[in-house]
Design a binder for this molecule. Structure first.
Ligand code: PRP
Ligand code: ZN
Ligand code: MG
Length: 224
């Protein structure tokens, strides 16, 4: 299975998907994904692109299954905290913060509910896909939180009577507004970033990564 081709994991669908592909193409890497394929082989570089769920990207890099990944810092840090708790490999190198995928992880409460500050949510049940980031934030304020972990539909949890508040990603704020929620505390700022496996020793791959990185720098400078 092992060969010299560099493997890059990108998000299959979602906020980062299109811009991740765009960035790699603008760097001059030629490849095409057909509709349902997981992997695309570049014609002009020894590079394979893998399309997976964003949540899987940090782990694939930390386990050395792929060499590089483009992922949001939110998913990255949550995975790192989860893995540290489980004593699983959690090493990686963040080699570039990219200029897209900007969002924030925020606590939001129902608009009809009075909010007097984060202390008022002490020991509350807060729905989130980011339990470790949330717990870290609450603990840093000397507060505790009750778990309500949801991989999706987080924004409907308060109305459904599952939780008192939510902690979710906010980009435009449209999702919160549509669900009668008000953003209260920003707990984490996030952007897309390029991460590298901490275990690559192959000189050929390391050179290829250098080359990609300098092209990304060029693309980002041109876009400034
Ligand atoms: C996030 C979040 C909301 C949405 C907020 O999901 O869960 O659904 O974006 O964006 P808005 O403020 O512009 O309305 P995202 O698609 O980033 O990630 P996910 O599908 O992996 O949860
Ligand atoms: Zn996701
Ligand atoms: Mg979502």
């Amino acid at each position: 299975m092992s060969n010299n081709r560099l493997r890059i994991a990108i998000q299959k669908s979602g906020r980062l998907a299109d811009e991740s592909i765009q960035l790699l193409k603008t760097c001059g890497i030629k490849f095409t994904f057909s509709k349902q394929t997981l992997i695309a082989h570049s014609d002009n570089f020894d590079i394979d692109m893998l399309r997976v769920r964003d949540d899987d990207i940090p782990g694939l890099v930390m386990d050395g299954v792929v060499d590089l990944g483009i992922v949001g810092e939110n998913v990255l840090v949550e995975t790192q905290l989860t893995r540290q708790k489980l004593s699983s490999p959690a090493e990686y190198q963040k080699i570039k913060v990219l200029n897209f995928g900007e969002c924030r992880l925020s606590i939001a409460t129902p608009s009809e509910q009075e909010y007097t500050g984060i202390e008022s949510l002490n020991n509350a049940r807060i729905a989130t896909s980011y339990p470790y980031l949330l717990k870290q934030y609450m603990n840093s304020k000397g507060l505790t939180v009750q778990d309500c972990e949801l991989k999706g539909s987080v924004e409907v949890a308060p109305r459904a009577g599952l939780a008192d508040a939510i902690c979710d990603l906010v980009s435009t704020g449209a999702t919160l507004a549509a669900n009668g929620l008000v953003e209260q505390d920003v707990i984490f700022h996030s952007k897309a970033c390029l991460i590298q496996s901490a275990t690559i020793t192959d000189e050929y791959k390391l050179n290829l990564i250098e080359k990609i990185l300098s092209r990304i720098d060029g693309v980002m400078q041109a876009n400034e």
